[in-house]
Design a protein around this ligand. Structure first.
Ligand code: AMP
Ligand code: GLY
Length: 428
């Protein structure tokens, strides 16, 4: 079958990597793709928001299955459009993608169905928000209702900061995404990412993973899309996974089905593991980036077959098998990220990195120049991904790969996986 992957990040390179190893895939395309994806798929210059262009390509090139990577086209209804054209697609409808598209929707759903999450109120009016913030005090979290490219959640250590954040967001900092805000209690615990493959009715938990959002070592500095990830995440014990399914994922699936919004695709719960068990921080309606890279590294059965089963509503009794090995991804980003950074700088040594045992380099913001040189073309640029018998071994290999890459204009964190490594060392 001809498979089309939509997107251009490290997540989409990982998805292409997974699809390409399936015997079901006889042809693989990616719109628009990147410099690394170009080595295993036909990259077509169609933007993720160009629904007409995507449909036309599917028709002309007899695409059988579309896998949508990023959230924006999902929230904007790409899967609905493809289904109307009778093209099978992986991902939620717009009505279901509202779980990521509106934090107010998700918090209200949690309240109605007793799904554990931080206590909150919603506001469109700054005076009412002010009273609530002053009454509750800090630390407290202010969130824009809509999509804000991962920047819409502001963790505030003081009341003054929270008041300023509420004013900025309601005042238009994120445009219409901030017409309404959620103000919620600050939760204490360890974060984890939990992924379930969903077919509208059934939900199948995938392997566990954890990412590192802060830009600098020691989880310091501003938040980014993710500077690295590892799988499995030791904090997600079997008991914690079971509680997450019973208390969070399955009630959400039932609520969405009852509401006429059956959820198909991958449901990604950002969790805080607290003394009282898992609490929902937020939902995403897609794979995480870079969590997808470590999941695809460990995914042993056919990933494409599983995505098709989810899209067709055939997950009852379905099983996915995982490698016993651990996986880690270290993101290399352009100097200055997540602030301003330069594009077009030259990268060398990717082949040398991939010569390290267990290492694959998954590209995010890269392009191949006409003369064959690899150039940086974004903030997060490469994801050096490695497997090993445990996180410590995988991490040593990943950094060996990183050290083989010659890119003076980039940087990475040197401590990806530190919590898991500390746990492994304590267990010895
Ligand atoms: P979100 O965009 O909702 O995932 O939030 C981004 C990040 O802000 C999360 O990964 C957490 O690190 C932090 N965060 C969000 N909400 C809370 C909360 N209620 N308590 C503590 N930290 C939070
Ligand atoms: N790694 C976090 C995200 O994909 O949203």
């Amino acid at each position: 079958m001809h498979v089309l992957v939509i997107g251009s990040g490290g997540r989409e390179h990982a998805l292409c990597w997974g699809v390409a190893r399936s015997p079901l895939a006889t042809r693989l395309s990616c719109a628009p793709g990147n410099g690394g994806i170009a080595r295993l798929a036909e990259c077509v210059p169609i933007g993720v928001d160009d629904f007409d262009g995507i449909v036309a390509y599917c028709r002309d090139q007899a695409v059988d299955f579309v896998v949508v990577g990023p959230e924006v086209p999902l929230v904007d209804g790409l899967v609905d459009r493809l289904e109307r054209e009778d093209i099978l697609a992986f991902g939620p409808s717009a009505r279901a993608a509202i779980l990521e598209g509106s934090k107010v929707f998700t918090k209200e759903l949690c309240r109605r169905h007793n799904i554990p999450t931080a206590a909150y109120e919603r506001f469109t009016d700054i005076e009412a928000a002010r009273d609530y913030i002053q009454d509750r005090g800090a630390p407290i979290v202010v969130k824009a209702d809509g999509l804000a490219a991962g920047k819409g959640a502001i963790v505030c250590e003081t009341t003054e900061q929270a008041l300023a954040a509420a004013e900025d967001v309601l005042g238009g900092q994120f445009g219409d995404a901030g017409n309404e805000i959620v103000v919620e209690q600050f939760m204490v615990g360890e974060e984890a990412s939990f992924f379930a493959l969903c077919d509208g009715r059934n939900a199948l938990p995938l392997a566990t993973a954890q990412d590192h959002k802060a830009v600098f070592d020691g989880d310091k500095g501003p938040n980014t899309g993710g500077m690295g990830a590892y799988s499995p995440a030791p904090v997600m014990t079997d008991e914690m996974c079971q509680k997450t399914m019973e208390r969070i994922i399955l009630p959400t699936m039932r609520a969405m089905e009852q509401d006429g919004r059956p959820f198909k695709g991958v449901l990604y719960a950002g969790l805080m593991i607290t003394e009282r068990g898992p609490q929902l921080i937020e939902y995403n309606v897609r794979f995480g980036d870079p969590e997808c890279q470590v999941l695809l590294a460990r995914w042993q059965s056919d990933p494409l077959a599983a995505l098709i089963a989810a899209a067709k509503g055939q997950l009852a009794g379905y099983e996915v098998t995982w490698s016993e090995q651990a996986a880690i991804t270290v993101v290399m980003a352009a100097n200055g990220y997540p602030g301003d950074y330069a594009k077009g700088t030259g990268i060398k040594g990717v082949d040398a990195a991939e010569a390290v045992a267990g290492v694959s380099v998954l590209h995010a913001g890269t392009i191949l120049a006409e003369d064959g040189r690899l150039l940086a073309n974004g903030g997060r640029v490469l994801g050096v991904t490695a497997q090993g018998s445990n996180i410590r071994e995988a991490r040593a290999r990943a950094y060996q790969g990183v050290d083989a890459i010659d890119w003076p204009d980039g940087f990475c964190r040197r401590d990806i996986g530190w919590r898991a490594v500390e746990r492994e060392e304590a267990e010895e």
